[in-house]
Design a protein. Structure first.
Length: 698
């Protein structure tokens, strides 16, 4: 029994296990089936989600859109990816860096209004704040409520950010194009008029208004004037024509019909010359859309052209008269032996011609100087120098030239020139006449010789009496006074002093009389000069020593003679007097220091320099240094009072010049220049060596 019970129990256990196994198998099959169905559905859902995300990505890319959310609770901004997941979170400060500050403030104000329930949605325009982009980007953001809680409070705000940069740039480009069009249209230098496809006036610029006498532009545009009612374009068929250039002559007085509005435009009595270009505008199908007409009023140009033709005709007549006038002048210049002269300071040239239309001779400054005789070369040089310095005064000078006429006489030329000014009032050149004066000068010379012979005696007497009238009284009174002392009670020991004073004043009076006689002869041009070839290097020292014979023993005298031999053609007698008087005057008041004399021969001139270290002459006295009986700063006569006038007269009559420079308490220097001809020149060896060394150093 126990065995049966055991068998029954064992069978029941086997049956129970089998049931459990079957149940487990069924459960496993159910679970596997469910998982297979679930995975299939999830896969299908993922596929649909990916497809939707792909569609969303295409939409966002095509529309240049980005989506972000604003969470009022945390005040953070979350950019969403194309799949709708959170891409990146920004706090307000970081998010504001993407946009212009003022634009972001407007966006934040809009978000606050939506959060507070004041608005459900709004559109805000923003500008990017990127510094590294070539241009700023523009965004249009649509802000709306995304989610609310159970209490109706906004928990999420959705922002759809649309990049409208391209649209903005196209709009800006269009506006700029319209602005440029309007600027060109309004500020063009030609008349521009626009008619629509019906021939109605739609636009006209200020230039055209002025040309057609339009005073009220708005009135013209509002009244829709027709193209066919414009007399200039009345015959134009805009439907069939292409780009056309026209030229019209319109007399508005012939258009009395009110439809032409000539009275309103102020053109009723006007004749206009007008040229224009007509440009019809058509679409791709050739349909007319409008007509641009550009033109200009050429009335003034035509009138000016006619005036110019009339002026040219008058000019030809004037030119013919001028040519006849020039021919008459040229003929008069030839038969009167007069030449026209032009001197140009900029090029230092002189032009001479007996024809006013062309130059016959051009001379340099050196050539002008060389054409004059030696005694006039300095005068010519001075005149040229004045013109080179653009003196504003007239030039009048009579010159003896080296040129000889058919009779063998040296020709005299009289130059009368006036300064010619440029637009700025500055001297540009000198213009004048050159006239031969040889016959007149010869006649004047003959008359002068005859007159001189008749007046020599009278001039000599008057000059003598005039020069002696005052200065000779002083030494004469001294002689008479000291001689009279012998007839009065006196000490015999004083008699030698009386005699010495009588001798000194007698010598001074004799010297004064001799100087007066010489100066009188010079004034009367009675002194004759005889040139001869002499070795000036051998006689220069003797004349200097003779002049310094009365110098104080404490004064050092220096003679600088740079030549072994200098044979020149000169008047030694009168030049010697000049040297002696200048040397005598250099030591007249000199108690110590030195007096120095030197000479040089340069380019046809003998240059003599005499200097001293004496008291000198004040600046105000230099202006009268060559006047007669001039006193120094101590009110004492300079020598006899006639020495420097005699020296000046001798130098000038020998064709030379003299200059002096002096400074008070520093000394005086005199320069004498005498024109002469050198036969032979031999410099001293040490002088040649010194000059060579100096040139090498330079």
């Amino acid at each position: 029994m126990f065995e049966q019970i055991s068998e029954i129990s064992l069978w029941g256990l086997h049956h129970y296990v089998l049931c459990v196994v079957v149940i487990l198998v069924v459960v496993i099959l159910v679970v596997v089936s469910y998982n297979w169905v679930y995975l299939k559905r999830a896969k299908e859902a993922n596929a649909r989600q990916k497809e939707q995300n792909a569609h969303l990505a295409l939409v966002l890319q095509a529309g240049r859109l980005r989506i972000w959310k604003y969470l009022p609770a945390t005040r953070h901004y979350i950019f969403l990816s194309e799949e709708g997941s959170m891409e990146q979170r920004y706090n307000p400060i970081d998010f504001a860096q993407f946009f212009d500050r003022d634009d972001f403030e407007r966006l934040r104000s809009t978000i606050f209004d939506i959060s507070e329930g004041k608005k459900n949605s709004a559109v805000v325009t923003l500008v990017s704040n990127a510094k590294d982009e070539a241009f700023l980007r523009h965004y249009e953001v649509t802000v709306s409520v995304d989610r609310r809680d159970s209490m109706g409070r906004v928990t999420s705000i959705l922002g759809i950010q649309h990049d409208v940069t391209e649209e903005y740039r196209r709009l800006e480009s269009t506006n700029q194009l319209l602005l440029r069009y309007q600027t060109v249209f309004s500020s063009s230098l030609i008349d521009i008029v626009y008619y629509d496809n019906h021939g109605v006036l739609r636009d006209i610029n200020e230039r055209a208004c002025k040309a057609f006498g339009v005073t009220d532009r708005n009135f013209v545009l509002q009244n829709e004037f027709l193209l066919k009612n414009n007399p200039i374009f009345a015959d134009v068929d805009i439907e069939t024509m292409n780009n056309t250039q026209t030229s019209s002559i319109v007399d508005f007085s012939n258009y009395n019909d009110p439809k032409y509005y000539t009275d309103e435009f102020g053109l009723s009595d006007k004749k206009m010359y007008y040229e224009s270009t007509i440009n019809p505008i058509r679409d791709a199908n050739g349909k007319l859309e409008g007509v641009y007409m550009a033109g200009r009023d050429i009335t003034e140009m035509v009138v000016s052209f006619h005036r110019q033709k009339d002026g040219a005709k008058q000019l030809r007549k004037v030119n013919e008269s001028i040519q006849n006038y020039i021919s008459n002048i040229n003929y008069a210049l030839r038969i009167s032996n007069i030449r026209m002269v032009n001197y140009y300071p900029k090029s230092f040239t002189m032009e001479l011609s007996d024809n006013i239309t062309k130059s016959q001779m051009r001379l340099s400054q050196l050539r002008c100087i060389r054409l004059a005789t030696p005694r006039f070369r300095r005068t010519v040089s001075s005149v040229l120098n004045r013109m080179d310095h653009l003196t504003p005064y007239n030039i009048n000078v009579n010159i003896e030239t080296e040129i000889r006429d058919k009779k063998g006489r040296q020709i005299w030329l009289l130059f009368n020139m006036v300064p010619m000014l440029d637009e700025e009032g500055k001297v540009e050149r000198y213009y004048g006449m050159c006239r031969e004066m040889t016959d007149m000068v010869e006649m004047e010379n003959r008359l002068a010789v005859e007159t001189k012979k008749a007046q020599e005696t009278e001039l000599l007497k008057q000059s003598f009496l005039s020069n002696m009238s005052y200065e000779i009284r002083t030494p004469l009174n001294n002689v008479v006074g000291f001689a009279g002392l012998f007839n009065t009670p006196h000490d015999e020991a004083d008699e030698p002093a009386f005699v010495e004073q009588i001798k000194t004043n007698s010598n001074n009076m004799l010297k004064l009389v001799n100087d007066v006689m010489l100066l009188s002869s010079l004034d009367a041009n009675m002194v004759e000069y005889h040139k001869d070839f002499i070795d000036f290097a051998q006689v220069f020292a003797s004349h200097c020593q003779l002049g310094w014979s009365c110098a104080d023993p404490q004064v050092k005298t220096i003679i600088d003679n740079p030549y072994d031999s200098l044979v020149i053609n000169i008047d030694e007698e009168h030049l010697g007097k000049v040297i002696e008087k200048l040397c005598w005057m250099s030591t007249l008041t000199l108690k110590h220091g030195y007096a120095k004399a030197r000479f040089e021969y340069r380019r046809g001139e003998l240059l003599i320099t005499i200097e001293d270290t004496g008291e000198g002459i004040p600046e105000e006295g230099m202006a009268h240094i060559f006047d007669r009986f001039v006193h120094d700063y101590d009110d004492q006569l300079l020598g006899t009072g006639l020495d420097l006038p005699i020296v000046q007269a001798l130098v000038r009559q020998m064709g030379g010049s003299i200059e002096m420079d002096s400074k008070l308490h520093q000394g005086t220097t005199a320069w004498v220049s005498i024109p002469c001809e050198a036969q032979s020149v031999e410099r001293r060896r040490e002088e040649i060596t010194s000059n060579t060394t100096e040139n090498m150093l330079l």
